[in-house]
Design a protein. Structure first.
Ligand code: NAI
Length: 247
């Protein structure tokens, strides 16, 4: 695939869905700015893999929960790759527990990273996109942001917040040729879900019409579509990638 000379900034890109989004987009010819929070050897390996597709890659370290660090990461990306065409707000955490026992920190940490993190990145990139009169923002939500889930009041509130944020921003920036959409994955095999007990995974599978958990590729391919010209009439939408779990 030829280099598109378009730049994608992906948060929480060191592993899981974020990593797969980087690889899928690099394969398609996009230059990649990949954010990670905690240093691992995997990030350097991922950079090499991305560059093997013949595209440019830069690594930006920082915590999406910090507004200042997001500002720095966006500036560094523009300095090194020239611009930002697409943002994928993927970084996210869970701190599950019943509300009766949930600490205030467990609630606010999840909101600060998942929801405020999405604001911090987007707020710093939108002025650039307005200036260049084009852009795509793709936010990774979750089906639990739509349906709710016992034990995840913090996480589902953050993801429902992301959905409201997506729709409102889509209306604000549509006249500037900036499209804003969300992807709502169901159960995807990553580090986030690997510790679920096997019997729970079995039960989950029986509730999924397609009878399997999703893969990071399943999500990355939809992100690739939402970044492409093929989706130029889609904005403010939440695309469920969940094997039919929620209809
Ligand atoms: P993961 O735990 O493998 O990856 C999350 C990444 O975000 C990690 O690389 C982590 O270091 C990074 N991250 C966490 N806090 C950060 C911060 N403050 N700043 C920068 N990076 C940070 O999880 P997975 O499954 O790849 O999740 C990716 C996204 O998909 C998340 O937003 C998650 O909520 C969402 N999702 C995942 C589902 C699943 O079943 N795995 C289902 C629905 C949504």
């Amino acid at each position: 695939m030829e280099r598109k000379e378009k730049v994608v900034f992906v948060t929480g890109a060191a592993r899981g869905i974020g990593k797969e989004i980087c690889l899928e987009m690099a394969k398609e010819g996009y230059d990649i700015s990949l954010n990670y929070r905690t240093k691992t050897d995997e990030v350097e390996e991922l950079k090499k893999k991305i560059e093997n597709f013949g595209v440019k890659c830069t690594i930006v370290q920082g915590d999406v929960a910090s507004y200042e660090e997001c500002e720095k990461m966006i500036n560094q990306t523009v300095e090194e790759l020239g611009k930002i065409d697409i943002v994928v707000n993927n970084a996210g955490i869970t701190k599950d527990g019943l509300l009766m026992r949930m600490s205030k920190e467990d609630f606010t940490d999840v909101i600060d990273i998942n929801l405020v993190g999405t604001f911090n990145v987007t707020r710093n990139v939108i002025p650039l996109m307005v200036k260049q009169k084009s852009g795509r923002i793709i936010n990774i939500a979750s089906v639990v942001g739509v349906a709710g889930n016992a034990g995840q009041t913090n996480y589902s509130a953050s993801k429902a917040g992301i959905i409201g944020f997506t729709k409102s921003l889509a209306k604000e920036v549509s006249s500037r040729n900036i499209l804003v959409n969300a992807v709502a994955p169901g159960f995807i095999c990553t580090d986030m879900t690997k510790d679920l007990p096997d019997n729970l995974k079995e039960t989950i599978n029986t509730q999924i019409p397609l009878k399997r958990m999703g893969t990071p590729e399943d999500v990355a391919k939809v992100v690739k579509f939402l970044a492409s010209e093929d989706s130029s009439y889609i904005t403010g939408q939440v695309i469920h990638v969940d094997g039919g779990m929620l209809m």
